[in-house]
Design a protein around this ligand. Structure first.
Ligand SMILES: [Zn+2]
Length: 349
């Protein structure tokens, strides 16, 4: 997880590496950006470079400290991540898991007062820093105002807006950007050896987040759900009312499928967009579902462009309904029943 393993966060990597190279490591950094773009990987790479025994502009990734940091077992590199239950000290009984309690920050400050145990630098990584409540943030502020030597704090947050401005002003801002789909696609193929056709779909799904693409790549369950959905969509055109209602129930029923629904609806949008692309210009390179090109070629002629527009709109409406917490089954029923209203070859208005 050295800097060379980080995809397309050139600006952030440059900033952190050069701080080490010129010997001006800041007391605190705020890594902001959407989750899944590699903020934590950046923080760990920085911790490695600071403590590596054989650094060469980047951490070696092989020495004892590098390995212990990667496995989360280095005494000088501490992670506070309440969502994943990584604490500085055991949380109190009243801990609810939503906010970073002040006792964690106090424990962190106490720990930071001692020099590094075995490494060169102590590094404290605070995930979801926007979950600090006012007393936690004020407690952290105290240590940021008088930072101990050879200690650096790495705060990770979606944006700086939800943080106390006084905390933000003590940190150097490191922006982590969304990745473009082509960047994600290339990384999946070159670094993770994922076949090109699949990488294209994953990159489209990733919404700029490599982490999300990898999550899909590693989940057979999710990829199966995609296959089932893409098999289902053409069947919905056949005009069978029961099939439409059953399909809505089957998709919405298992509770574990609910978190997946918004992403599945994204996939449905990609599917209709592919059909539309095929109707307009027959260019395989532009398809998201390249692994289903044969089907797209076969099915596209039956649709009118107007109908494809209606389908995409209906799926977007269902997505919006889910965002507003409308019952998932109702939202899907409405979506699937809309297939009966507009036939495949509806003319353009
Ligand atoms: Zn090393």
């Amino acid at each position: 997880m050295a800097f060379r393993d980080i995809v397309n966060q050139d600006h952030a990597v440059l900033l952190l590496r050069s701080a080490v190279r010129i010997g001006r490591v800041g007391h605190a950094y705020l890594l902001v950006g959407p989750s899944g773009v590699g903020r934590r990987t950046l923080a760990l790479a920085f911790a490695q470079l600071l403590n590596c025994e054989r650094p060469d502009g980047d951490a070696c990734g092989e020495c004892g400290p590098c390995r212990r940091i990667a496995s989360g077992n280095h005494p000088d590199v501490r992670l506070l991540d309440i969502v994943n239950e990584r604490f500085i000290e055991r949380p109190g009984k009243d801990f609810k898991g939503k906010e970073i309690p002040v006792d964690q920050i106090r424990a962190l400050r106490q720990d930071a007062a001692y020099p590094p145990y075995e490494g060169k630098w102590k590094v404290y990584i605070i995930a979801d820093a926007e979950r600090m409540n006012a007393s936690s943030a004020n407690s952290l502020l105290k240590v940021l105002e008088e930072p101990p030597a050879r200690v650096t704090f790495l705060l990770i947050a979606e944006s700086s807006v939800a943080l106390l401005p006084t905390v933000v002003s003590r940190c150097q801002l490191v922006r982590c950007a969304h990745l473009r789909p082509d960047q994600i696609e290339r990384a999946l193929v070159e670094r993770w050896g994922i076949p090109e056709d699949r990488a294209r779909v994953l990159a489209a799904l990733a919404d700029g987040r490599l982490g999300r693409a990898l999550e899909w790549a590693r989940s057979e369950e999710k990829m199966d759900a995609r296959d089932r959905l893409l098999d289902l969509l053409p069947q919905l055109e056949t005009g069978d009312l029961m099939l439409r209602l059953d399909a809505a129930e089957a998709l919405a029923k298992p509770p574990e499928s609910l978190p997946l629904l918004p992403e599945l609806l994204d996939l449905a949008v990609f599917w209709y967009r592919d059909l539309l692309i095929w109707k307009q210009i027959q260019q395989p390179a532009l398809l998201t579902n390249r692994d289903r090109q044969a089907e797209i070629e076969r099915l596209a002629p039956a649709y009118s462009e107007a109908t494809l527009g209606v389908r995409i709109e209906a799926v977007e409406e269902a997505k919006e309904a889910l965002r507003r917490n409308v019952n998932a089954r109702l939202a899907l029923e409405k979506l699937f029943l809309s297939f009966g209203v507009t036939p495949l070859a509806a003319p353009t208005k």
